[in-house]
Each structure stands twice: as C-alpha cells, then as structure tokens.
Design a protein around this ligand. Structure first.
Ligand code: NOJ
Ligand code: CA
Length: 677
C-alpha cells in the first residue's frame, strides 16, 4: 500500500517536533548545500538530521546501540565536547575509474557521555561532502565498556520526502543475486545496501557503508513513515564483538541532483583509509578469457570426465586464443580436485594445492608465459571456509610460483550457510557471507594474497565498501546477479537490470559482471535480453579493472566486427563521466583510457527506444578523432533475430560535435575515439 502523501508529511512534522530537543552541533558541506544537525532530546537521546538546499532530506534519526553484555547505549547522553575541521586533498589511484580523486569535506566530531550509570561514552564523526554525508561511531577504550557485544546498531535514516526506491532483499537465501525491486519507499522491506532512492522532487540518494572491516554488514529495514533502520547481519554470540577502542564502518548517504552525479561520486572511496600496500604496479588491469561460459551453458563440466573443461588441451586452446587477440589472462575453473559429485554440498573436499590429473598446471603455466599470458586462478570454496583457510597459504604459494597473479574466489552456498570450524574436530558452526566473521575472512584472503603480489576477484563476496583504496589488490567482486543468470537463470537478466546495477550495486565498487556474450544465447537456446551492441557497452558502463571476455572463441569468430571493440576497449582509466542516465532507464558513460589519448563511450537502454544526443565536449581541445561506432541497427530490439541487428561505422568528430545515438529496446552502443592529429 502506498502511504498517503498527506499523512506522511503530518507524521514527519510530528516526529520533528520535540519541545525539549536542543540542537547541539552542526556542520555543512564545503559548498554549503548540505547541512547536518545533531540534537539531544529531553530523554538524552541523540539524533542527526540532514538538509540539502535548505530543505529537510533526512529527518530526526536516532543513534545508539543495544548490547548483549550491558545496558542499551542510547539514552541519558549529553554532548561533552565537539570539534570541527576542514579537509581537502587529492589522492592518486593506482588503477581505477579515474587517476586522481579529490577528497574534500568538513568534519564534525561530537563526543557524547552518559549522564548516569557508568558514564560510558562514544564519539560520532560526521564528514560532510558536496555530494553527501558519511558518519561513524568511534568507541574509545573505557573501564565500563571493554568489550562491546553488539546485538543491534540503532542507526536510523528517516527519509523526509516521498521517494521511489531501488533495492534488493537482504538475508534471503540467494545472497546478493537478485533483481532490483522498484517500489515506493514505504514498501521497502528488508533491503541490502547500496539502496538507491529518488525523491519525488528529483534528489538522488544512495545509502550504503564504507570501510566494512571487522564488523557485520548493515542492511536496512523499513519501519514506518520512511524511516530506514540499520539491521546488522547476524553473528554469534552477538552480531559484532569488538574490544574497545574501535570504530564502526562509515554509514554513507550520497546526495546528488541527478542519477549521473550519484554514479560519479567518490564518497565511498574517500571514506576508506589510504593504500596500505604501497607500490602495487604488479597488478595489471587486464582482460581475460576462460573455460567459464561453456560450463554455465552445460556444454562442459567442472567435474572430471569426458566433458571436463579444465584439461591441458582445452586450456592450451584458450591460451592460444588469448595470445592471438591480446588478452592477458586465462581463467580455468575446475582445475583442482573436489568438483566431482555434488560440489555444492562438499566444499570440504576441495584441494587448492594440486591439479587434477588431466591438467598439467606446470606445463600450462610455462606455455602461457611463453605466449605472454597468465593463468587466472580459481578457488571455489563451496562455503567450507575454514577448510579453505587451512590451505590458503600453500594455495597462494602455488599460484605465486606459477605466475598466477589474479585469483577468482567463490563462496557458493545459501546465505547463512557458511561453514566455520575454529578447531580441527571442533563443531562446525554457520555464518553469513556478510557477517563479522566473514568480513574478516575475505580481508584475510586479500592480505595473504597481497603478500604474494596476487590480486583477488571475489564471487559471492561480502558487499563492496571501497576497501580497494586500502588494499588495491582487492580488484573486483561479483556481488550481484551477473551474466551467469543469462545462461541458466529464470528469468534471465531483464533489460533494466544492468542499468540498475550502474546506479545501485556499482556505487560500492567494481563488479566482475563477465560481459561480452556475443552469441546472445544461454542454455537450451534461452535468449539473452540484449542486443549485440549492448554487450559491448557493458565493458564501458560496468566498471572493473579485470574484465572477462566471457563468450566462447568460436562465437567471437562468428562476430568479428563486434569482437574488434572487445579487443580494443581499455580497462584502466584516467577519467570517467556519466554523460546521461536515469535509474532503470538508460545510461551513457565516457571514459578516457589511462595513459593514452583514446576515449571510450558505452550506452545502455531498458525498454523504450530512444535517441541520445551526447555532446563530445569531454574530448581534447583542438583534436580530431576517428569515432568507431558500434550501434544497434534499424529494427533492433532484445527479441529473436532483431538482437543481432548491428552496425559498425566510423566518422571524424571533434569536441564541438554532439553524437546522436539511437538505442533500441534492450539495446546499446559502444564507441572508441582514436585521436588523429
Ligand atoms: C559462482 C560464480 O559466480 C561463477 O562465476 C562460478 O563459475 C561458479 N560459482 C563456480 O565457482
Ligand atoms: Ca555468483
């Protein structure tokens, strides 16, 4: 049911009216548009609220904790001290959507102390940027709170305007692999973050978190009247157990005037700590091919036997294909013992330290090296995570010895079914992918890998909260409904899905979506709901520094025109701009290749055919470019043979031109701009 507009406003007015509440602190963004106020009411409860353009956006929203090992921590608080500061710095990304990132905010630190009992205390630190707000709790060391066993974090986000929400359910069996719901804010259930909102007056908001370390992932539960409440992922004996002092992850509210600006925000990265790994030029952003799609199609198997994909001969074929076409990586899944039988149910059978008999891993690594190609490693755990940890060091040593410097990991099991065994022969207990224990596991793998100069691409990951800034070898994650659903999913990914990803999931960080299925066909002839040109656009619109060229070599042979773009497209960028877009409808993104004068543009469309007229003012002054255009042909759409209607053409353009692109239903376009002068 839609909450009647008038009632909604009346309820908000009531919440906002608290005679005894007193505003105790405030901070504004550098441009003055966003303002945060903190108040303490008559019960000593602390609340924050957020205004943009002088209007309430987040109404009074409570802060606090419920502990398992102590009284609740939310009443009888008073402001003890406050401090403000300003920060403005530009930092360099070793790889990414842009080379330089400006981190510009005003900070407010407010210290609260209980007026009775044990005089426990916490600080809340707000950072107010031009495009949003981040805040976190910092709990100091104190006699009355040495260990915090957190049952719930009472953080609220009381959205003060009617809004439409795009969200996926949380704590459901299929983890993060859901299609987006588009509903009025009032109809959000229990949602994961990033959650995207568009208020009825056109403000775009994304609620998420940054720097999720040693803590449970935050979900959001809609209470009433637009109030979203934090709901931490379960754990035992409490959702989070920490010794003081500690900081929570940042709770983030990105606030922009347009969808495009939302997708360009650096707020999440800025709230993460700087690079702790130092020099990381050993990680090379790159494209990779692999035996992956044939198994998802059911043509080959992970298991050994007559259809085994990871054989020496088949892998040599892929190495040759990669070498011939300039791709750096070859992903081989099913290379190790453990896949035979029901691997889903038997993660404890995986061996990560040796290959199956029909896979000559040493010989193949040497052969790959001789052709300037690297094998991409694969560690599917089937969620037997303690078992994986027991082999992790040796497994990564093997990879390092063989020149495998990117490893894709996997955690396939239903949500809440991760298997943890603290001691050999001890009990096996269950954990959630997004719980505190797993947040530590994923990071442990990344740190172990970093020591060996190996990058990690986690599938079935914990959500991305920007930790690539601190650990630049955590290069990508899946963490959404990816291309694999176009092989066997029911339904396959509909045309709006990838556009929703751009404006929701992608705000967290890079995604290994595995694009480029030019055959546009899944298992048993299932049609992929995309045109051919759209598959190319994915390489630009859905960012990852490791991009799979996911289809079979024989399919690329049938689509040489389209394949040319996949060979040419860059994977590492100096600049990125979202030129146009609306959540769930369309998006157009332009990126400048790192250390080259070339630009690439991708555009994707949902259901209504449309023509975009895109000013090319991002191109360099005074230069002419050859625009190599790959677009939907006349009559294209996402059904049947029309999916393959496709045009490749070239013309000369300058930054004074606008490019007119017609996008079919389910269609797209991809353009490479090559400087001519
Ligand atoms: C799920 C991953 O997302 C997919 O890419 C992989 O092929 C399978 N697990 C097997 O590990
Ligand atoms: Ca998956």
């Amino acid at each position: 049911m839609r909450f009647p507009r008038l009632l909604f406003a009346a309820a908000l007015a009531l919440c906002a009216f608290d005679a005894q509440a007193e505003t105790v602190a405030q901070a504004t963004s550098p441009d003055g548009v966003i303002k945060v106020e903190l108040d303490v009411n008559g019960e000593g409860r602390v609340a924050y609220r957020v205004f943009d353009h002088g209007k309430p956006l987040i109404g009074d929203s409570r802060l606090g904790f419920i502990f398992r090992n102590g009284r609740e921590f939310l009443r009888n608080l008073k402001l003890d001290a406050q401090a403000t500061s300003a920060f403005d710095e530009t930092w360099e990304q070793p790889w990414g959507e842009r080379h330089y990132v400006r981190n510009h905010y005003n900070e407010l630190r407010a210290s609260f102390v209980e007026t009775d009992h044990d005089h426990r205390r916490f600080d809340v630190v707000f950072r107010v940027f031009d495009d949003g707000v981040g805040f976190r709790y910092e709990i100091p060391e104190q006699p009355a709170l040495q260990e915090a066993q957190i049952m719930e974090e009472l953080t609220e986000f009381a959205i003060a305007r009617p809004a439409t929400a795009w969200w996926i359910p949380a704590l459901e069996w299929n983890r993060e692999e859901y299609l987006y719901h588009k509903t009025p804010l009032q109809e959000v259930g229990v949602a994961q973050t990033p959650l995207t909102l568009r208020t009825d007056d056109g403000t775009h908001v994304s609620i998420h978190e940054a720097a999720l370390v040693d803590y449970a992932g935050m979900n959001l539960m809609h209470g009433e009247n637009g109030v979203l409440r934090a709901l931490l992922t379960p754990g035992s004996p409490a959702k989070v157990v920490r010794q003081t002092p500690f900081d929570t992850p940042w709770r983030t509210i990105e606030i922009t005037d347009s969808a495009a600006q939302l997708a360009e925000s650096n707020l999440i990265l800025n709230l993460n700590a700087p690079n702790q790994l130092g020099e990381v030029s050993w990680f090379k952003p790159s494209k990779f091919v692999g035996v992956w799609w044939s198994m998802h199609l059911g043509q080959q198997t992970w298991a050994t036997g007559p259809q085994h994909a990871a054989t020496t001969a088949n892998t040599r074929r892929y190495i040759d294909f990669a070498a011939k076409n300039g791709f750096r990586g070859v992903l081989v899944e099913g290379w190790n013992p453990g896949w035979d039988g029901d691997w889903f149910a038997n993660g404890w059978g995986f061996d990560y330290t040796r290959a199956t008999k029909d896979f000559d891993i040493d010989g193949l690594s040497k052969y790959a090296a001789s052709r300037n190609v690297h094998l991409v490693g694969h560690h599917e755990t089937g969620c037997a995570v303690s078992h994986y940890e027991s082999q992790l060091g040796k497994a990564l040593d093997l990879d390092a010895r063989l020149g495998i410097d990117v490893v894709k990991t996997g955690y396939v099991c239903d949500a809440g079914q991760v298997e943890r065994q603290d001691e050999a022969d001890g009990p096996v207990v269950r954990e959630w992918h997004e719980g505190q224990w797993m947040s530590n596991h994923y990071l442990h793998v990344v740190q172990e890998a970093a020591q060996r100069h190996i990058a990690i691409d986690s599938h079935e990951p914990i959500k991305d909260t920007g930790l690539r800034r601190t650990y630049p070898n955590w290069v990508a994650r899946e963490g959404a409904r990816g291309m694999e659903y176009n092989a066997w999913g029911n339904p396959p990914n509909p045309p709006e899905h990838e556009i929703n990803l751009v404006f929701a999931r992608m705000l967290g960080g890079p995604m290994d979506y595995t694009p480029g299925i030019v055959s546009l066909t899944g298992r048993n002839g299932q049609e992929i709901q995309s045109t051919l040109a759209r598959q190319l656009a994915l390489y630009v619109c859905i960012y990852s520094p490791v991009q799979m060229v996911a289809d079979l070599p024989e399919h690329y042979a049938q689509h040489q025109d389209a394949f040319q773009f996949i060979k040419d497209v860059a994977v590492d960028w100096d600049e990125s701009h979202v030129l146009a877009g609306e959540v769930g409808e369309y998006v157009a993104t332009a990126r400048k290749a790192r250390d080259s004068g070339e630009w690439f543009l991708g555009a994707m469309n949902a259901y209504d055919p449309r023509t975009l007229s895109l000013p090319l003012s991002f191109l360099a002054q005074g230069k002419h470019y050859r625009a190599e255009i790959y677009r939907d042909g006349a009559g294209a759409d996402w059904h049947g043979a029309a999916r393959f209607r496709f045009v490749r053409e070239a013309k000369t353009v300058t930054r004074d031109d606008a490019l007119s692109l017609w996008l079919a239903a389910g269609g797209g376009a991809a353009v490479r701009f090559v400087p001519l002068d």
